[in-house]
Design a protein. Structure first.
Length: 258
């Protein structure tokens, strides 16, 4: 009898400690963000899209390799008076500092795409922070901007990647519309994939790449197609909620009632 009570007591202690640790992990970062929860059914989720009644979408470009099309992309965006978000690796920032400055001066978001484009979920906590803050400091020194948006390379994340980003002052960002420009299927494919995407809707975040073969050639028609559907194109920093929000199971950011 005494042995059974001891076993039950030990089980209770283990369950209680496990719950306490889980809650500590979920709320560790909340002190830096007012009423923010990215925990859904025990999982930490990045922002894939935003719930909003406004017909707004965000275009984003991952910049990890060449810069052959950067000038053309900026010219097209300027022509259509559109501002977007560029997620840059540390190597790209170091190789093309003038492009980084041009992106900032044109009024676009500067986003963090890690220092070395590694799978973040496979790194230690120290390595995760180093991947984030090395490029953060490069951009800060170059432009004076403290970046707040982080897109994990390859879209690879787990709970600790999302929480580590928050602990370093970042919102982890994914996408719900993939242009598939990285597959080099051609201009028409990019246009059709974005403009007629099944997920496209208010609050969508669209993924493109700075160095993809046909992206620059397709961009004007993508912008036109989105505008014809009534969407205003904004940078991610203007689309997402910065506080008082929670997520649903799809990674949709939902504003909390005050």
């Amino acid at each position: 009898m005494r042995e059974d009570r001891t076993k039950r007591w030990m089980k209770y202690v283990v369950v209680t400690l496990t719950l306490a640790i889980a809650l500590a992990g979920s709320f560790k970062y909340v002190s830096g963000f007012a009423s923010v929860s990215s925990n859904v059914n025990g999982r930490e989720l990045p922002i894939y899209c935003v719930e909003t009644d406004e017909k707004k979408v965000a275009l984003s470009f991952d910049a990890a390799w060449g810069n052959e099309d950067t000038k053309k992309l900026l010219e097209i965006l300027k022509k259509h008076k559109v501002h977007v978000t560029f997620f840059m690796t540390g190597g790209w920032v170091e190789s093309y500092p003038d492009d980084v400055k041009a992106i900032k001066e044109a009024g676009h978001d500067l986003g963090n795409h890690s220092e070395n484009h590694k799978n973040m979920s496979q790194l230690s906590e120290e390595e995760k922070t180093k991947e984030l803050m090395t490029v953060h400091n490069k951009v800060k020194e170059l432009t004076g901007v403290d970046m707040q948006l982080f897109r994990p390379p390859y879209g690879d994340y787990d709970d600790r990647v999302v929480l580590n980003a928050k602990e370093n002052g970042y919102y982890a960002i994914q996408w719900d519309v993939d242009s598939l420009d990285w597959k080099d299927y051609g201009v028409d494919n990019i246009i059709n994939t974005v403009v007629n995407h099944k997920n496209l809707g208010n609050g969508s975040i669209i993924l493109c790449h700075n160095g993809a073969k046909y992206t620059a050639e397709a961009l004007e028609a993508v912008i036109t197609g989105l505008k014809e559907k009534g969407y205003e194109i904004v940078p991610i920093s203007e689309l997402i909620y910065k506080d008082n929000y929670h997520m649903d199971v799809t990674g949709r950011q939902i504003k909390d009632e005050k």
